[in-house]
Design a protein around this ligand. Structure first.
Ligand code: PGA
Length: 252
């Protein structure tokens, strides 16, 4: 089954609005390099509208980095899925390991956030991944199974196909130590197996992205793996041409 690759750049807490605009303009001018690949940028909340405005009509997605499960309410510091849409977003990262660690974005909260994103019309990217300790103690598959199953537990079966999953081993994020291809493929195959138990054959059309120290130099061998359908990129996504080089490596 051929799945159109998705390459998403997660800016984390980087870039002013002026820097975000300059990035988006460079990206828009060089988009031909990513032909055949879906692209998305995940700016901080403050730059979503700037990036969405510059990239309007290009087909490039603009994703939030998290979102609250409620439509509104007394939740200081939070932004709802509807507010992300209002700012120009078409998707949202959920359960990034930094959010799980820093902001208690638990599997239970994700069970509410993922369906809330779908209801608002956003593409949710559910991030999962094991710590170094969990890998060393042989529990990677069990951890991934739980994160996928719990995170998707609130999604109606007929909407599972609209969810993207990102496998991001915590030990590979921001460390320069990307997973070796055989490690990435094994984890992606486990995740697809878990998706199959939830979604049946729809699992074959669901995209599973790899994230963790993806660089232009290492992207090609990761993107060529049978169950890797794109990348979630942090550090190397802060430069538009570097992100485009990764997208070029993901071209079918
Ligand atoms: P990295 O970050 O590419 O800098 O390792 C990936 C991520 O956290 O999504």
């Amino acid at each position: 089954m051929s799945r159109r690759p998705l390459v998403a750049g997660n800016w984390k807490m980087f870039k002013t609005r002026a820097e975000a605009r300059a990035f988006a303009e460079t990206l828009a001018e060089n988009l031909a390099q990513a032909d055949g690949v879906d692209l998305a940028i995940c700016p901080p909340f403050t730059s979503i509208d700037v990036v969405a405005t510059v990239l309007q009509g290009t087909g490039v997605g603009v994703f939030g980095q998290t979102g609250h499960e409620n439509e509104n309410g007394a939740h200081t510091g939070e932004v709802s899925m509807g507010m992300l849409v209002d700012a120009g977003a078409s998707g949202v990262l959920l359960g990034h390991s930094e959010r799980r660690a820093d902001c208690a974005e638990t599997d239970q909260a994700l069970a509410r956030k993922v369906p809330a994103a779908l209801v608002a019309g956003l593409t949710p990217v559910l991030c999962v991944g094991e710590s170094e300790f969990e890998r060393d103690s042989g529990s990677t598959k069990a951890i991934l199974d739980v994160q996928v199953r719990e995170g998707l537990s609130g999604v109606p079966k007929d909407r599972l196909g609209d969810v993207v999953v990102a496998y991001e081993p915590i030990w590979a994020i921001g460390t320069g130590k990307s997973a070796r291809p055989e490690i990435a493929q094994e984890a992606h195959a486990w995740i697809r197996e878990e998706l199959r138990s939830l979604a049946g054959d729809t699992a074959d059309s669901m995209r599973i992205l790899y994230g963790g120290s993806v660089k232009p130099e290492t992207a090609a061998e990761l993107m060529a793996l049978p169950d890797v359908d794109g990348a979630l990129v942090g550090g190397a996504a802060l430069d538009a041409l570097s992100l485009l080089a990764i997208a070029a490596a993901a071209r079918p």
